[in-house]
Design a protein around this ligand. Structure first.
Ligand SMILES: C[S@@+](CC[C@H](N)C(=O)[O-])C[C@H]1O[C@@H](n2cnc3c(N)ncnc32)[C@H](O)[C@@H]1O
Length: 356
């Protein structure tokens, strides 16, 4: 079986997959993503959504699709921040796991998809039916990206690293594919000529013994996302690198597993019980218009001002030490974690601008 199929089953098998049986981001989950650190990431993303909305000429409806939305934490924080675009906002959570979509429903006021994606129609005898402005924010959840193109934004935090990927190895006789046998052992077999040529193009200078990921699902997901945005933007946040760079590093460094808040075991162990992720090879995706660190992205959208205000408020109340004071202090700590150059701050934000 190709390695990619093993990852697919381990993560998403409807009965036994990690995301079907209880795996999740979050404080009580298996890993801590930026939205799960606290509300600050969503607050700053809300600023970004406003900036992009203004850039687009303040469309109403303004569709924001959050893909790989997990339990809906980021959506909640964005909505709690009450962005200026809220009256126009149609927030669509896209999550493959049925179980996590159920969690979203318990945490957010949901509307039926057609009410959120289709226009809130008013019948105007002169103009015909058209969307009524100012009815947002409306929220809905889907298992897959919407079918019809829209004006707005698609965002995804730590989705691409979670999509299944193949593994190739350069052997003395050429590129080979890592397959997995029925005993869950590796079987490294010569790659089909097309795959071998693909690998050669991706990592022409790889040394014998090097491994690379082949991220066809991520590339396809990106193409689908870009085709769906008529005009607007796609922004994905993830830990990212390039194929030649990954080829220089041991594969066990860029294929990471997580279990119960810590590093997990070898990817072929505890299948379905641990998360399996892969650093995103940016060169395997459609070329983005901009790549910057999460720290730079958050600074560009005002994280410093939010944290400074929290610091002042914390200092003013520190002597009281009440809940309000603690809330401000925790916001300051969140800020440090989100821009930490050795942690979440080093994640990459890739942006594509579409149309107009
Ligand atoms: C690493 S989690 C990130 C969750 C959340 N975005 C966060 O940052 O905390 C990735 C999520 O993407 C979901 N997912 C995987 N493939 C997907 C797909 N094709 N469409 C939508 N969601 C998907 C998984 O079920 C999982 O909940």
């Amino acid at each position: 079986m190709p390695f990619e199929d093993v990852v697919e089953l381990a993560l998403y098998h409807p009965e036994h997959g990690f995301y079907s049986t209880g795996g999740s981001a979050g404080r009580s989950g298996d890993f801590l993503s930026s939205p799960e650190v606290g509300p600050l990431f969503g607050t700053v993303l809300a600023n970004a959504l406003d900036a992009w909305w203004r850039e687009l000429g303040e469309p109403d409806p303004y569709v924001v699709v959050e893909a790989g939305a997990g339990p809906g934490t980021l959506a909640r924080h964005v909505l709690d921040a009450q962005p200026a675009c809220a009256p126009a906002l149609r927030y669509v959570l896209v999550e493959r796991s049925d179980r996590l979509r159920d969690v979203q429903h318990s945490r957010l006021p949901m509307e039926p998809p057609r009410q959120v994606l289709g226009p809130v129609v008013v019948d105007d005898p002169d103009e015909g039916p058209h969307p009524m402005a100012g009815t947002g924010p409306l929220v809905t959840a889907l298992a897959e990206l919407p079918q019809r193109p829209f004006a707005g934004v698609i965002v995804a935090n730590e989705l691409l690293d979670n999509l299944p990927f193949g593994l190739l190895e350069l052997t003395p006789t050429g590129w080979a594919e890592v397959r997995i046998d029925e005993h869950l052992r590796e079987d490294v077999v010569p790659a089909e000529p097309e795959l071998a040529q693909h690998a050669e193009r991706l990592a022409p200078d790889a040394a014998v013994g090097a491994r690379i990921p082949v991220q066809r699902s991520s590339a396809q997901w990106m193409r689908n996302a870009l085709a769906l945005v008529e005009w607007g933007r796609v922004a994905v946040v993830d830990y990212a690198s390039t194929t030649p760079e990954l080829a220089r590093r041991p594969w066990t460094e860029w294929v990471r597993t997580y279990r119960a808040h810590g590093p997990g075991a070898h990817p072929l162990e505890h299948l379905g019980e641990q998360d399996i992720t892969c650093e995103v090879a940016v060169d395997q995706l459609p070329s983005p218009d901009s790549i910057r660190s999460q720290a730079d992205f958050l600074r560009a959208h005002g994280i410093d001002a939010v944290v400074d205000a929290a610091r002042v408020a914390w200092q003013a109340r520190a002597h009281i030490g009440d809940l309000e004071a603690l809330k401000h202090r925790s916001r300051v700590n969140e800020g440090a974690a989100l821009v930490d150059p050795d942690g979440l701050g080093a994640f990459r934000v890739l942006e594509w601008r579409v149309g107009k």
